[in-house]
Ligand binder design. Structure first.
Ligand SMILES: Cc1cc2nc3c(=O)[nH]c(=O)nc-3n(C[C@H](O)[C@H](O)[C@H](O)COP(=O)(O)OP(=O)(O)OC[C@H]3O[C@@H](n4cnc5c(N)ncnc54)[C@H](O)[C@@H]3O)c2cc1C
Length: 448
């Protein structure tokens, strides 16, 4: 990394935030012989979503999603187990029946982590709301609802690359679209091949779609999210509620996008923009939404060319404090201008419990090595840990959005491209676990 290593006198790392990422990071550090001061503002102060006294609280669902290897988050579970994650240890110990999903008894889950953190002799848990950035070495893991004063300090070192809300459009796998319906075109681009995929709608299809958006079931807003839409871009269903033509003059505007098969502009279009270098993933431009996931699947699959669409990520709009990490962090989650200051968890630009804990694990491993005067290797890009880290540290800087882990973030497999999806994912998972093995062995905790 080429930066000066922390002074040996500063072998105590401050971790701010005792959520999933902060607890995971603290234990990874402590198990590698590093002293940790874990600063958590609960119970003195709570975010609007945190209710319990315990560390590592699950603020909403009790599910850590699919535990199956052919699902990217299931693969991430397995990688984290192998890397010695306390969050996965707690999840396995407090598991409740939920088919192929890893669902947990929420109190048992938090209690397991809380006890492991507090029992560790190298970890001191301090109840305090941190209002200033901690001295290095430190990890900031204060989550999507980071308290305001600290968020203001983070803004001072991150500038306009700190966001307070998330407005995400769904992303689909390109190979699940019907290419007989889709046409390529960029607006007013007469000569070029066109960077966007476009789905044409006639008037009847457009009006039926708008009606479904208005009628579709939405996720209710939390009270603290009410002001959100004044700052962010509007969810598509809110635009649809403003009048049947609003979308056809907004994100579904057909102007400058003639369908090459007819030579005419359709009544409306859905535009999809490429999201990864390999062209595997495309997002539905302007389709940020609060529709429930089942409704998104049903309503968006009713669009022409989308009947078989497979979603890598569903849309959402919620309060979320996060930084544009590709602009700010190095390959090991360290702020490029602040030596020894690391970011982990949702604030670093991932979405979800498991992904947040995964970044906590990585930040803990990386910083523990630095404190010992060493440099830990990064996990291979073919692993779920490496793919997630790659999105955060090297993702699309200009248009960066927090992500759940998904197979679209992985480098493609060698060999024939046309393999059934399930088999492809199985092979990606096998490759990931094989490639990760040496990394796990090289960063294994050896307490000093
Ligand atoms: C309302 C809501 C619902 C969600 N539902 C889900 C879901 O169902 N499934 C899912 O996978 N993900 C969900 N998420 C995302 C989820 O929050 C994150 O995935 C995960 O909890 C983030 O982990 P984290 O460790 O980064 O942050 P958190 O778990 O939020 O932990 C951050 C900790 O930092 C503390 N803190 C904040 N500021 C300070 C400060 N200045 N000083 C000291 N301590 C501070 C907080 O009290 C908190 O304990 C939800 C998020 C929100 C906001």
């Amino acid at each position: 990394m080429g930066s000066t290593l922390p002074d040996p006198m500063e072998r105590c790392v401050t971790v701010v935030g005792g959520g999933l990422a902060g607890c995971e990071a603290a234990l990874q550090l402590a198990r590698r012989g590093v002293d940790v001061r874990l600063v958590e503002m609960k119970p003195l102060r709570r975010s609007p979503a945190h209710l319990s006294e315990a560390l590592a609280e699950l603020v909403c669902s009790n599910s850590l999603r699919s535990d199956r290897l052919h699902n990217a988050v299931g693969l991430l579970h397995e990688e984290m187990r192998r890397a010695g994650s306390i969050v996965l240890e707690a999840a396995d110990a407090s598991r409740v029946p939920a088919g192929g999903a890893l669902a947990v008894d929420r109190e048992g889950f938090s209690a397991h982590i809380d006890a492991a953190v507090r029992a560790h002799t190298r970890i001191e848990v301090v109840a305090e709301e941190l209002r200033e950035l901690p001295p290095s070495p430190a990890i900031v893991a204060t989550g999507p609802l980071t308290a305001d004063d600290l968020a203001a300090r983070i803004r001072e070192i991150c500038g306009d690359a700190l966001y307070f809300y998330d407005s995400i459009a769904p992303t689909v796998y390109a190979d699940s679209l019907d290419m007989d319906v889709v046409y390529r075109a960029s607006r007013y681009d007469e000569a070029g091949q066109g960077d966007y995929l476009n789905l044409p709608l006639d008037e009847a299809a457009y009006l039926a779609f708008v009606e479904e958006l208005v009628r579709g079931e939405k996720v209710p807003l939390h009270a603290f999210e009410k002001a959100l839409y004044f700052e962010g871009c509007l969810p598509i269903e809110v635009m649809a509620e403003r009048g049947p033509k609003t979308l056809s003059f907004g994100p579904m505007k057909p102007v400058g996008l003639p369908d090459p098969r007819t030579g005419r502009e359709p009544y409306a279009v859905v535009q999809l923009r490429q999201e990864d270098a390999g062209g595997t993933l495309y997002n539905l431009v302007g389709f940020q939404t609060k529709l429930r996931i089942g409704e998104q699947r049903r309503i968006f699959r009713s669009l022409p060319g989308m009947a078989g669409a497979v979603f890598a990520r569903f849309g959402s709009a919620h309060r979320n404090t996060f930084i544009r990490s590709p602009d700010l962090l190095d390959a090991q989650l360290q702020h490029r201008q602040r030596d020894g200051l690391y970011f982990a968890g949702q604030i670093a630009g991932v979405e979800g419990y498991v992904e947040s804990a995964a970044l906590g694990l990585l930040a803990g491993v990386f910083l523990a090595a630095r404190v010992r005067g060493e440099e830990a290797p990064e996990p291979p890009p073919t692993s779920a840990l490496g793919a997630l880290l790659g999105h955060v540290c090297r993702g699309p800087a200009g248009d960066f959005q927090p992500m759940n882990v998904n197979f679209g973030l992985f480098p493609p497999l060698e060999g024939p491209r046309r393999v059934p999806r399930r088999e492809k994912h199985q092979r990606l998972a096998e490759r990931a676990l094989r490639d990760l093995e040496p990394w796990v062995a090289s960063v294994r905790a050896v307490p000093a």
